[in-house]
Every structure is written in C-alpha cells, then in structure tokens.
Ligand binder design. Structure first.
Ligand code: HEC
Ligand code: HEC
Length: 228
C-alpha cells in the first residue's frame, strides 16, 4: 500500500485502513483508468444513463437489464442466458467487449493489461454492488425514520469535521478514500448509521461512527452537504 504525505496522523491511520481492506492504490489507479469509460458511462451518486448505462452497483447486476436504457439485442440475450456482472465476467468483457458479446454496441476496443483491468474493476466495485467486502446488508440497510428526521446543525458539524478531513480532505477520492462532500444528508446519515450499527464494517469508520451520537452524525451530514 501507499502512505501519502498527508502527515503523521493520517499516515498512521492509513496503515490500519490498508491492513483491513483491498489495496487503496488500486482503486486510485482504477479511477484514472475510468477516464476511458467516463465519456460514455456515469457512475456514483446521481449518475444517469447517457451513451451507455450508468454503472453504480454494477457488481452483481444482471447484464442488459438496467432500467430505462436501450441495450443491444446481444447484451439482452446474454443477460437472459444468465450473464451477471462480477469481477470475473467484467474482466473478460473489458478485455475485449466484442469477444464476450459479439454484437454489443459498446464501442470500446478493450483494455489489454490485466493489472489495469483489476484496478478498474476495484474502482467500479467501490461504488457498491453485491460481491464487495461490504456485506450485502449494507446495500439494503435502512435507517429508522426518526433518525433521518433529526435536523442537523451544520455549524456543529463543521466543528466536528476536523476529525474527518485528515483523511477525507478533498473532493477527489484520493488514496481510495471516498469523497464525502456534496452528498444528500439522507445518503450521508444512512452510510454513517450503517457503520455505527454494524451493517457496514470498516476498521476506522466503524470505530468513528460508533463514537458519534445521532445528533452529531446529522450535524456532520448538514455540514458536508455544503462542502464542494
Ligand atoms: C464509446 C462509448 C463507451 C465506452 C468508451 C465504454 N462503454 Fe461500456 N457501454 C457502452 C454502451 C453503448 C453499452 C451498452 C452495450 C449494449 O447494449 O450492447 C455499454 C455497456 C457496458 C456494460 C454493461 C452494463 C449492463 O448493465 O449490462 C458495462 C459493465 C460497461 N459498459 C462498462 C464499461 C467500462 C468499465 C468502460 C471503460 C473501460 C466502458 N464501458 C467504456 C458504451 C461505452
Ligand atoms: C483514517 C482515515 C479516515 C477518517 C479519519 C475518516 N474516514 Fe470516513 N472513510 C475512510 C475510508 C477508508 C472509507 C471507505 C471505507 C469503506 O470502504 O467502507 C470511508 C468512508 C466514509 C463514508 C462513506 C462514503 C461512501 O460514499 O461510501 C463516509 C460518509 C465517511 N467516511 C464519513 C466520515 C466522517 C464523517 C468522518 C469524521 C467523523 C470520517 N469519515 C473520518 C477513512 C476515514
């Protein structure tokens, strides 16, 4: 793993992160490689279908069924035959799309380098899906309405945010650490409560979230929504 020059504190934390999760550097390389896909595919919060279908939660998705997107007959047929996108099938598809699905309308010549594909797939997987390290429960995790209804105090959130920005320190997802700015409070609170209640596990985030009260999480959500 890579330890960046972010200072001693986050360096020490990053070691803990690296010990328990997939190599963060991979995800970062994958993010760079994703520029080859981004002209046709959106991914992440608020992503919509464009030239290609949006790719959030692609891991575990049946091929050719994403709602409101017109797939080629070939991809629809492959999905009907049981093709599901996981690390292995994505690897074959991205190496040479027309080799796996002759007749696909994805006009991309393929990514030949094995390590590049692995990094790209790790990046795709960081946007959720079923076979990730994160238990499937996290994807269906629901927060009690009374917790979601707490009105967050953004000024208090800003005061607390110093503990977060040592790692989440910019709008780009650096070193495999996701950006936490600009999300809806609902998303932010749901993820934090998933860590707090154990539906999603991560050594650092679970520990931090368990220490925060519901009001503090609401305040952080209100603050980080305003950061870009
Ligand atoms: C020039 C545009 C273009 C580029 C570049 C491109 N794609 Fe696609 N992609 C498409 C289109 C169009 C489809 C739909 C294919 C079909 O229906 O046959 C598609 C389909 C897919 C699917 C299947 C989705 C599903 O729901 O079944 C995946 C996965 C995918 N692309 C991933 C990628 C990745 C990762 C990259 C970057 C390496 C990439 N694509 C590059 C246009 C593109
Ligand atoms: C030591 C580094 C570190 C610190 C400090 C830290 N985080 Fe994180 N955070 C991470 C990493 C790494 C992940 C990705 C974990 C995973 O894959 O589940 C993450 C994930 C998140 C996510 C989920 C993002 C998403 O879209 O999946 C949120 C929200 C978040 N952190 C909020 C916070 C808040 C709020 C604080 C301060 C109270 C904080 N983090 C402090 C490293 C850190």
């Amino acid at each position: 793993m890579r330890v960046s020059n972010k200072g001693l504190l986050s360096g020490a934390f990053l070691c803990m992160v690296g010990a328990a999760s997939a190599a963060p550097a991979d995800v970062q390389t994958g993010q760079q490689l994703y520029s080859q896909c981004a002209i046709c595919h959106q991914i992440g919060d608020g992503a919509i279908n464009t030239i290609g279908p949006e790719l959030t939660n692609i891991i575990g998705r049946e091929a050719g069924v994403h709602p409101d997107y017109r797939f080629s007959d070939s991809l629809v047929a492959a999905g009907a035959d049981g093709l599901v996108w996981d690390e292995a099938t994505l690897d074959r598809f991205l190496e040479n799309p027309r080799d796996l699905i002759p007749g696909t309308k994805m006009n991309y010549r393929g990514m030949r380098d094995d390590d590049d594909r692995a990094a790209l797939i790790a990046y795709l997987a960081s946007f959720g899906g079923e076979s990730r390290d994160v238990p499937a429960a996290a994807e269906t995790f629901e927060v009690a309405p009374e917790i979601l209804a707490i009105a967050g105090d953004a000024a208090y959130g800003e005061y607390l945010s110093g503990e977060c920005t040592s790692c989440h320190n910019s709008s780009d997802a650096d070193d495999g650490i996701p950006s936490i700015s600009g999300h809806s409070p609902e998303y932010f609170v749901t993820v934090m409560q998933a860590y707090k209640q154990g539906a999603r596990e991560h050594p650092v985030m679970s520990m931090l979230a368990r220490r925060l009260s519901n009001e503090e999480i609401a305040g952080l959500a209100a603050y980080f929504e305003t950061v870009d």
